[in-house]
Design a protein around this ligand. Structure first.
Ligand SMILES: Cc1cc2nc3c(=O)[nH]c(=O)nc-3n(C[C@H](O)[C@H](O)[C@H](O)COP(=O)(O)O)c2cc1C
Length: 201
């Protein structure tokens, strides 16, 4: 192995091994600059993508649009619970205002492709989001993927301007971590097994 690949190996392990999600409540300003965000999004664009369908996109919710997003969160809450009280409504609205940078990850399910089944599109988006989180982490930013029941509301998706063949998968919050909570990671033996052919088969 060449010294250059040793360096890359050590760097990659340190980068990947030190990434932990940071809750939107613990993300402070500053978020990524426009230039940094561009680099972070381009990292996401390196995801494996069967037949280059590019089956996903990111929708940025700029700071001055957070009030409009809060309206959508509140409407989605009232849609599933018309009796929701003031505290629940305020909590729903607060989700729109937490992180300095907020993106919505959207998967596109059409047009269908004979070689690419639907779940492959989600695999591509997942890989893109991991690359995005790692790129943000390498720049010193924390991030977290969050979903929630509002994302299952067709009215919420329409309010975000999504096309009928698009699904909102999760929000991506980015910012400067005020606190990092590390979690234990599974070991390889938890994740990897050797295939043994069935002697009956
Ligand atoms: C698509 C997706 C949506 C998620 N939504 C939520 C969520 O709404 N709330 C939450 O606490 N964690 C959610 N998570 C989990 C966190 O993003 C994160 O992966 C988890 O807290 C583990 O943190 P780690 O990345 O440090 O291992 C979601 C994960 C994914 C992949």
């Amino acid at each position: 192995m060449t010294p250059a690949s040793d360096d890359l190996d050590a760097f990659a392990r340190a980068l990947i091994g030190s990434r932990f999600s940071v809750s939107p409540k613990r993300l402070r300003a500053p978020g990524p600059s426009a230039e940094q965000l561009q680099a972070i999004v381009e990292a996401a664009g390196t995801a494996p993508d069967h037949r280059d369908l590019r089956p996903w996109r990111l929708l940025r919710i700029a700071p001055h649009r957070r009030g409009a997003l809060a309206d959508l969160f509140e409407a989605a809450l009232l849609e599933r619970d018309p009796a929701a009280g003031a505290a629940e409504r305020a909590e729903a609205r607060a989700k729109a205002h937490r992180a300095p940078e907020l993106l919505l990850a959207v998967v596109r399910l059409a047009p269908p492709h004979d070689d690419v089944v639907e779940h492959e599109r989600y695999v591509t988006l997942g890989a893109a989001l991991m690359a995005l989180l790692l790129a943000a982490h390498a720049m010193g930013f924390g991030g977290m993927l969050t979903s929630g029941r509002a994302l299952r509301s067709p009215a919420f998706a329409r309010g975000l301007g999504l096309a009928p063949d698009e699904r909102p998968v999760c929000f991506v919050s980015l910012g400067t971590p005020s606190d990092v909570r590390r979690r234990p990671r599974p070991s390889a033996s938890d994740l990897l097994a050797e295939w043994v052919p069935d002697p009956q088969g």
